[in-house]
Design a protein around this ligand. Sequence first.
Ligand SMILES: Cc1cc2nc3c(=O)[nH]c(=O)nc-3n(C[C@H](O)[C@H](O)[C@H](O)COP(=O)(O)OP(=O)(O)OC[C@H]3O[C@@H](n4cnc5c(N)ncnc54)[C@H](O)[C@@H]3O)c2cc1C
Length: 433
Amino acid sequence: MIDMQMSPPISRTIWSRSVRQFAQTEPAPTRGTADVVVVGGGFTGLTAALHLARRGVRVTLLEGGDIAGAASGLNAGFVVPNFAKADPAAVVARLGKPRGERLLRMIGAGAARVFRTISEEGIDCDAEQTGWMHIAHDASMLPVLSARVDAWRALGRPLEMLDRSAARARSAARHCEGALFDPEGGMLNPLTYALGLANAARRAGAMLHQNAMVQTIERQGDGWRVEGQGFSVAAKQVLLCTNAGRLGAAGRLGQAVVPLKVYQIATKPLPAEVARRISPQRTPVADTRSNLFTYRLDRDNRLISGGMAVLPVGAEGRMGRMIATRLARELALPAVPEVDAVWQGTAAMTTDFLPHVYEFGPGFWGGIGCNGRGIALTAMVGEVLADIATGKSLEDVPVPLAKAHRVMFAPIAAVAASVAVAQAKLRDRRQGL
Ligand SMILES: Cc1cc2nc3c(=O)[nH]c(=O)nc-3n(C[C@H](O)[C@H](O)[C@H](O)COP(=O)(O)OP(=O)(O)OC[C@H]3O[C@@H](n4cnc5c(N)ncnc54)[C@H](O)[C@@H]3O)c2cc1C
């Protein structure tokens, strides 16, 4: 067993300070065999490995850096069982009613699944299922949110629309005209959740290996040979769970998404009375502005919030101050809170904002597309990948199958996102928001 040394990106997060138990891993085998190799040790790969191991499949997970060292350990811990950018109606319009509704039911079940796994596996990750609130920052967004509530309720989910005073009883957000409330959402420490998944997968029989960057995945007989520096594993099937990564064998998945740099901050702990005022029921919050405003408390009443930079180069210090100043303004804090930690990670966006499963060859699959709502969604996509690897017909899989085409002009798309942030900030300023 080797204990994990956290790399600088994760050690900069507030989450790393709560780590009490590292992921237990082994050195990658010089030559090994497995039924399934999972490449990537974030939520998607860990969930897939856990489900496979629970089913008695011989599974080997190869992680190029640290377990949860990328988006999974760097995120903000909002557990949200829906899409960031796709309305239920738009999903049905795009995929047709049966497939669209099947995908929506899967996405909608994601948060409950996360909290269930945490409880089943005894994962200590400061999980709080206090719901999730999507605030209408102005009255024009109320019908949009109401339609979303109706669509989810029609699918049997327990969402409700809160009027202005009910929403304001849950949040001190300055611009709040009402809110969508999803009682199944919540929050957690994403790093300790991921490490808990890793240890659960290992307990179930999965072999986990860190610092095992996979360079090539090549057809060998009726299976695959998965290789990196100093190791080689032969497997019947391979699941590529490398998200926005583009190094080595990850390129075939990474090329299919637009990578976006997202900044997060944690403030110093707030006094208890301030925390109670701004989040009386500890409900994590996002609003409807394009220049999204989000906040949640952590277990020590630190405020966690984030944003995107117009110029994402050397922006950590600048973004830390900007996000803290925005928190003070939006939540009427007595002063700009002191920043305790600033970090950034890369989120992967698909061009249709939906998750996808990709087939790279017989028995070689990939899954991606959490579009900033990855905690709840990966709990489902990881299981879908495990289902496929254990023989489930693609016809019965709720995630759309896609071809992993290179996103043309991905760097331009990333720049376009920066321009969109700049425009959204300008629009907010003009409207006095
Ligand atoms: C800053 C930030 C904040 C976010 N906040 C939230 C939030 O509050 N709520 C939410 O639901 N979602 C959030 N997200 C999104 C969420 O974190 C992601 O959707 C989710 O973590 C994706 O999980 P994953 O396992 O697919 O990818 P990752 O966590 O990125 O894991 C992929 C892994 O593959 C490994 N890898 C890459 N290439 C190779 C290779 N060649 N060989 C071996 N291993 C390789 C990487 O090292 C990495 O560990 C946020 C994302 C970011 C960046």
